[in-house]
Design a protein around this ligand. Sequence first.
Ligand code: AMP
Ligand code: ZN
Length: 459
Amino acid sequence: MTSLRLHNTMSGRLEQFVPIEPGHVRMYTCGPTVHDYSHIGNFRTFLFEDLLRRVLLQQGYRVTQVMNLTDVEDRIIKKSAEHGQTIDEFTEPYIEAFFQDLDTLRIQRAEHYPRATQHIFEMVSLIERLTENGHTYVADGSTYFRISSFPRYGALAHLDVSGLKAGARVDVDEYGKDDPRDFVLWKARKPGEQSWETPLGTGRPGWHIECSAMSMQYLGETLDIHAGGVDLIFPHHEDEIAQSEGATGKTFARYWLHAQHLQDATGEKMSKRLRNFSTVRDLLAEGYTPRAIRYALLTGAHYRSPLAFSPELLKAADSAVKRLDEFAVRLGSVAADAEAPADIRGRWDEALKDDLNLPAAVGHLFEFIKAFNPRLESGKATAAERAAAMAMLRHANLILDVIEFPGAVDAEVERLIAEREAARERRDFGRADEIRKQLLAMGIQLDDTKDGPRWKRIR
Ligand code: AMP
Ligand code: ZN
């Protein structure tokens, strides 16, 4: 048995994973900026983090995961002002939509979802610590981090900062790798912007400080794992390291994991700015199932390789999920207490321990199914073999979470219908309608007859 190996962006190598506290993993995952609906590129990264979380749990670790909600930054400030709304009024629907999409994609919930606007005080204290340690200066009422005071700056992104212009500074939340400059920790208030009165003056935090403040508050000064998409390596994660280590003098995070981007068909990063994105909602409206979307984003490529998004990818995912469903149906009813065959289970587990190589694991699973099918068709598979194959499917599904085992759908449909009836009784027609739509997305059509609701499969 080998142990889990993960690729650490800091060292550029695969490393054996060992948490600080035996048996317990503390992990911080940068969350959505809630200025709009998250797109499926964002969800590729959140699904990679779901994979990481599930593999850690399966390895027997307790996991404490924190995912922040960025609810104050340049775009949110601008858009909420344009809408004449407070930040909270503006972001609330997107926060709600984010959690709905997590559920749609069966992404396991983190232990904590702290919001930036609810941790202003902690950010201010952290900035004060940085000032005590000589890492900050004030210009035009804003407080900046002086990167020349932090010699390790650039270590994560492997940047050469020797030609750096001392004192050159940047105020915007996002900026390029070619031009590292002193970055803003606290921004002085501009007319019309929502602001907070603090010992640093009236203003608002820069984007980067929230993750340092909230991760250390919930997880302690040294985290085991810090994860996000590759676009966050610079400047966001580099700045997080400077802010955290500049205050504590301790290593901030021991393993840095980064997922590559989801791209459009032409190889461009999917992004709001380029308008080449789809949301989970768009794809559901086009008739794709939540399971196909989950499977495509999780298994389409290893997390450290870019993945090109296309209708073909979703169609292939849809048919792979159907093949898994059909295999489960063909195995029939079997004993529930069997163990998966050691050979295939070993290959599956080894692939996942090798830097979360789910595409390889799934390849092994389909080879197993392909080899097993003829025995099933010819009736040669014994009841014990069928039960062992089913145990393997269940084992794989702890990670994949896409297979519908026979009987499970009916039970879920019945549960949802009962919930809808209860909603209708208390005249909560909004919720009742939502459930009807959820059933439709599952391929179930509901008809209200005089004898009560009836359902049928339409796909
Ligand atoms: P944001 O909501 O923009 O703050 O991003 C949330 C997460 O999505 C971050 O971890 C980003 O690195 C990640 N992300 C943004 N665009 C993509 C993309 N096209 N593919 C994969 N991850 C992305
Ligand atoms: Zn962050």
